[in-house]
Design a protein around this ligand. Sequence first.
Ligand SMILES: C[S@@+](CC[C@H](N)C(=O)[O-])C[C@H]1O[C@@H](n2cnc3c(N)ncnc32)[C@H](O)[C@@H]1O
Length: 224
Amino acid sequence: MTISTTASNTIMSTTSAGEGSVGLSTTASAPDGRRAELPLDMLERFRARAGQLDQANDYFHEDLDELRAFGYLRAAVPDHLGGWGLDLAQVSASQRRLARYAPAVHQANVLEPIGLEAGRFESVALAHVLHCLPGTMRSKARVFEHVQPLLKPGGIFFGSTVLAAGVRHTAFSRRVMRSLNRKGVFSNADDDLQTLTRALEASFTDVRVEVRGTVALFEARRGS
Ligand SMILES: C[S@@+](CC[C@H](N)C(=O)[O-])C[C@H]1O[C@@H](n2cnc3c(N)ncnc32)[C@H](O)[C@@H]1O
């Protein structure tokens, strides 16, 4: 899922890997000879702090200080420039492992109720997801019903989606979009400004939708 929030709590799509599948037990070495993986005791300290950070919506200063001191911010920098020289797959594996201990990531299907505490977020963004969800605007609109309770009263929901109807596509973009709709990558054939606005208004107040080219930029507020 790709909802992100302004709080330290970020909801976004990610792929979690079990500890067993973490691929960073590599031979890559930090400049001082340490193995280039984050030590378990450090990760356990992150885990111990995570709950409180999440509750207080605080920034992870202490974790970041530890990561910096360990040299982790240079993990993707090539060896000859003083980094650890990890490749993309190694960095990704390391990041997934880190996310398991300091979880600021929540993976969810937005077509189902999202298992997060109600009334917790000041804002939620849904960027370029709506046109990828299967169904019509009417059926897709349940994502709005799932997001709305997560917001604090007065909280802002904003995002973007590609419209197919009532906007001017180029011949090329219309062809591509039709093909993506046929393949089920997009499902926006009937999405237009009016259906989007109505769907937002069913769950939110102060709905504003602006169309730029073929993209609708929306913002709306949870009523108090
Ligand atoms: C076009 S990408 C946009 C990614 C990102 N928000 C951006 O703006 O770059 C669409 C995203 O929607 C996510 N997505 C599609 N269906 C979803 C669902 N049912 N629940 C949660 N996320 C979904 C996909 O995983 C993908 O990351």
